[in-house]
Design a protein around this ligand. Structure first.
Ligand code: FES
Ligand code: FES
Length: 158
């Protein structure tokens, strides 16, 4: 059903009128020009479309727009601040924790939510928390190492 939906996207008030059953992934990419969020499987299996809604990682390919009405949505575009990469982004770059990079935004957003909930997560907890995000390039070891480093980053921010 067509409806007006309002939410905060990367800290900015956002409002649009559209079919509120549309998936958040496509609204972000096609209506709001937020193409950092990637379409992988489209079936809730790979995690490449992960964004953070009210502090929790969600799969935007499975999330109807109506589910974010009145909420706070964070995408990969919202992490860098004042030209400075978020510690997670910096750690991924430093560790070469990507190859094709397609899974990377979803990996980073899932890791962001994980570290919000467990700021001092152990390596095992990180590996477990990331296991449902798939990387076809096989960068998992480097991804876990990057997240571990970010969790220890001095002067890091949420
Ligand atoms: S594209 Fe959403 S889980 Fe794969
Ligand atoms: S870096 Fe290619 S899928 Fe992960």
């Amino acid at each position: 059903m067509k409806k007006t939906i309002q939410f905060r996207l990367n800290g900015r008030p956002t409002k649009l009128t559209t079919d509120d059953d549309r998936r958040l992934l496509w609204v972000l990419r096609t209506d709001l020009d937020m193409t950092g969020t990637k379409h992988g499987c489209g079936a809730g299996l790979c995690g490449s479309c992960t964004v953070v809604v009210d502090g929790k990682a969600v799969r935007s390919c499975q999330t109807p727009l109506k589910n974010v009405d009145g909420k706070e949505v964070l995408t990969i575009e919202g992490l860098e601040q004042n030209g400075k990469l978020h510690p997670l982004q910096q750690a991924f770059a430093d560790h070469g924790a990507l190859q094709c990079g397609f899974c990377t935004p979803g990996m980073i957003m899932n890791a962001y939510a994980l570290l919000q909930q467990q700021p001092q997560a152990s390596r095992d907890a990180i590996a477990e928390g990331m296991e449902r995000n798939l990387c076809r390039c096989g960068a998992h070891q480097r991804i876990v190492a990057a997240i571990e480093e970010a969790s220890h980053a001095k002067g890091g921010r949420s």
